[in-house]
Write a protein that binds this ligand. Structure first.
Ligand SMILES: [Zn+2]
Length: 331
């Protein structure tokens, strides 16, 4: 079976969903638009038992000369080597699944053509066949990691290859707004996937980017939109569970944009979850499927998946960890 790609489009008033096909595969675009006044209040009080590590490599696409990088963080808050603001929030969302997200060093890719991707170019990146006449070659598939490309434009931003389509040359976008559009290969066991996604941002609201990025990671780990599952998309297998009864009022990370409840920063119903986790909730079946798919997803073919189990500390290790305190007490 060929890879399925997920993307979705949304606007603040009414939501548009685009399902497109490439090379016999399904594609869904994910896009969120918010005003900057909307902000997620995040109070991390949750410490889950971490059972798995997920490696993620960010690729920021620059022009051939190494300039004009795709928006990835506001210039006032980013300095090379600093962690990106969205990273702890993506981690917080996936922590509810016992998954810690480890970011490999960010890669810069100098390729003007790849800054704005047409449908066929994006498919070529996913298929690892992308070439261009100028610029650096497509970065390698990373070792044991998902790979997320930050670009200026791709079909999720409305880019169709013409100069004024998409976001990059859109001068009419209000400066109090932010918008992002993601797209990911669906990494269900049995489907072909290189574990790649693309993200585009403008206006830059970190919190919104975090939610979309965590959502794309969900797709990369084989999770479909829960509303599409309701429409019968899932096969019902362990890696592709069928949610026929998710109420539209339930919070979930994997709603199509504009479907399901909106973000509620005052919602605090579960003492075991942070507000962010409650809003971007993952059901137990989704957690199990993401872990199963992530362990099996092996784009580099080295036998180790993008997700790796973290061994539980043995009773002996726990005892040893406690020894210094015991010894001090005996003095
Ligand atoms: Zn999606």
């Amino acid at each position: 079976m060929s890879a399925i790609i997920f993307e979705k489009n949304s606007e603040p008033i009414g939501w548009i969903e685009i399902d497109s096909l490439w090379a016999g595969s399904v594609a869904l675009e994910c896009m969120h638009k918010v005003t900057l006044a909307l902000s997620l209040v995040t109070l991390p009080v949750f410490s889950a038992t971490i059972t798995h590590n997920l490696n993620v490599q960010i690729v920021q696409v620059f022009n051939d000369a190494g300039g004009d990088g795709a928006p990835i963080a506001s210039s006032s808050t980013f300095s090379p080597g600093a962690s990106f603001l969205y990273q702890p929030e993506v981690n917080e969302i996936w922590e509810q699944a016992g998954i810690q997200v480890t970011y490999l060093p960010t890669v810069s890719w100098n390729n003007t053509e790849a800054q704005r991707l047409t449908t066929s170019e994006r498919s070529a990146i996913y298929g690892d066949t992308y070439t261009s006449t100028t610029g650096d070659p497509l970065p390698n598939i990373p070792t044991d990691a998902l790979q997320i490309f930050f670009v200026w434009d791709h079909p999720g931003t409305g880019y169709d290859g013409t100069v004024n389509s998409g976001w990059k040359n859109d001068t009419g976008f209000p400066n109090n707004s932010a918008q992002n559009a993601g797209n990911a290969q669906l990494g269900i066991e049995g489907f072909v996937s290189n574990g790649r996604s693309v993200m585009a941002n403008r206006g830059f609201a970190t919190e919104q980017l975090s939610g979309t990025l965590a959502h794309e990671i969900g797709h990369a780990l084989g999770l479909r939109h829960v509303d599409e599952i309701n429409m019968g998309a899932a096969t019902g297998g362990p890696g592709d569970p069928d949610f026929s009864v998710v109420p539209l009022t339930d919070n979930n990370l994997m709603w199509s944009a504009g479907v399901g409840p909106g973000y509620d920063g005052s919602q605090d119903n579960d003492p075991n979850l942070t507000i962010l986790q409650e809003n971007e909730f993952l059901r137990p079946e989704q957690v199990a499927a993401a872990i199963s798919n992530g362990l099996a997803l092996d784009p580099d073919g080295n036998g180790i998946g993008v997700l790796q189990p973290i061994p539980e500390p043995s009773a002996l290790l726990l005892l040893l960890a406690g020894l210094p305190a015991l010894m001090r007490r005996r003095r």
